[in-house]
Design a protein around this ligand. Structure first.
Ligand code: DNO
Length: 354
C-alpha cells in the first residue's frame, strides 16, 4: 500500500507540499485540477505543471481525486457524448504522464453530505457530523447560505458556489430518474472510456455514495456489497475498480466492511480509511482514526486490505480539526497526519505478525 495525503493544489489548500513531505511514510499525494469544470477536458500542459510542482517538492502524484463526471453524463443529457469525449481526452493526458488511478463518483446533485461541518466533541476538537432529522428539514433553495456559513471560507469539493447557484435546475434534471437508469448511465460511461483506460492501464475507482442511502429523494447506486456485485457483473473488467471508502460505506452500520473488502479484492484501486462514531440510527459523527475513538475496527479493516494484497494508494480521510488549525473542514494537516501514522503502525504490526 502506498500511504498518501489528499492535496487540493496551489491556492486551494492550507496544507503545503513541504509539510506533507515531512510526514513519515507519505511519499505521494492525491490531487486534482480543482479549478476545472466537470465535462471539460484537462489540458496536458496543466497536468504537467501540477506534476512538476508535486515532484519538485519530493513527492509523486499517486492518483487523481477526482475527475468529476458531469451531470450530462449522469443523466444522459444532450451533451453526454461530447463530455465523454472530453473525459477520454483527460484520461489520455493523465495516462501520458503515467497517472493510472482516477477516483470519481456517480452521485446525483451532491457529492458527500453532512449536516454539520464543525460539531464540537468532548475533547474540544471539531468534526463533520450527520443528523438525518436536520437533513430532512433542509431546504435545497437555501443551501448556499447554510454551506457558506459552515465552511470556514473554503470551497469544498462537490459544494462549489456555482453548483449551489443552480441547485433547482439540478434537482429537476434528476427528478424522474430511478436508480436503474442512473446505473445504466454509469455503465454506458464506463464502456465508452474502456479503450483509453486499457491503453494506459488506468484504474477507475468509483467512490461510494455518502451517506450510503438515498437523500433528498435522489437515487443512489453505490451503497454496499450488492452494488459492487451488480457493478462487477455488468462490466467485468479490471479497469472497473472502486474506492473503498470506510467512512462512506460505514455510514450504514449494516455494511460489513471486511466482507466488502474480501469480495472486492483486486478491484479496490484506492482506499480511504477513517473512523466514525454512531450516536443513534439517525446520527453519526466523524472520529479520530484510532479504533477506540469511534465505532469501527480499524485493525480489521487494515488486516483485510493486507490480506487481499491491496497495493494501491491509501489515504487517511477526513480528520478532526485540532490544535487551533484553520483549514477546509475535514482536510486539515494535523489530524490526518496522525491518521497516517496510526494506519502505518497497524500495517507494520500486521506485516510483522504474518
Ligand atoms: C469528501 C470526498 C468526496 C470524494 C468524491 C470522489 O471528502 O470523499 O468528495 O472525493 O466523492 O469523487
Amino acid at each position: 500500500m502506498k500511504m498518501t495525503l489528499r492535496w487540493y493544489g496551489p491556492g486551494y489548500d492550507s496544507v503545503s507540499l513541504q509539510q506533507i513531505r515531512q510526514i513519515p511514510g507519505v511519499h505521494g499525494v492525491i490531487t486534482t485540477l480543482y479549478g476545472t469544470q466537470p465535462g471539460e477536458a484537462w489540458e496536458a500542459r496543466e497536468i504537467r505543471e501540477i506534476k512538476k510542482t508535486v515532484e519538485d517538492a519530493g513527492l509523486t502524484i499517486a492518483g487523481i481525486e477526482s475527475v468529476n463526471v458531469s451531470d450530462a453524463i449522469k443523466t444522459a443529457g444532450p451533451d453526454r457524448d461530447m463530455h465523454i469525449e472530453n473525459y477520454i481526452k483527460t484520461l489520455q493526458n493523465l495516462g501520458e504522464e503515467g497517472i493510472d488511478m482516477v477516483c470519481y463518483n456517480f452521485m446525483p446533485v451532491f457529492d458527500w453530505t453532512r449536516s454539520e461541518l464543525a460539531r464540537v466533541r468532548a475533547d474540544g476538537s471539531t468534526v463533520l457530523a450527520y443528523n438525518q432529522d436536520v437533513i430532512d428539514k433542509l431546504d435545497p433553495d437555501h443551501m448556499k447560505e447554510s454551506i457558506a456559513s459552515m465552511s470556514n471560507g473554503f470551497i469544498m469539493p462537490g459544494w462549489e458556489p456555482e453548483r449551489l447557484d443552480g441547485l433547482k435546475e439540478l434537482f429537476d434534471l434528476y427528478r424522474d430518474m430511478d436508480s436503474d437508469t442512473l446505473f445504466e448511465n454509469l455503465i454506458y460511461f464506463l464502456k465508452a472510456i474502456g479503450p483509453v483506460c486499457e491503453k494506459y492501464g488506468i484504474k477507475m475507482a468509483i467512490h461510494p455514495d455518502d451517506p450510503a442511502w438515498p437523500i433528498f429523494g435522489l437515487p443512489r447506486i453505490i451503497t454496499g456489497l450488492d452494488s459492487y456485485k451488480r457493478l462487477f457483473t455488468a462490466l467485468d473488467k479490471p479497469y472497473n475498480g472502486i474506492t473503498l471508502c470506510t467512512g462512506s460505506l460505514g455510514t450504514n452500520p449494516k455494511n460489513d466492511l471486511v466482507e466488502i473488502i474480501r469480495y472486492a479484492g483486486d478491484r479496490i484501486a484506492f482506499a480511504h480509511v477513517r473512523n466514525l462514531k454512531y450516536n443513534s440510527e439517525r446520527d453519526f459523527e466523524e472520529a479520530a482514526h484510532l479504533s477506540s475513538d469511534g465505532s469501527m475496527d480499524m485493525y480489521a479493516i487494515m488486516k483485510a486490505l493486507y490480506d487481499v494484497k491491496f497495493e494501491g494508494p491509501i489515504r487517511p480521510d477526513h480528520g478532526r480539526m485540532i490544535w487551533g488549525e484553520e483549514a477546509m473542514p475535514g482536510y486539515g494537516l494535523y489530524d490526518r497526519a496522525l491518521g497516517t501514522q496510526y494506519l502505518l503502525g497497524l500495517l507494520e504490526a500486521i506485516g510483522k505478525g504474518n
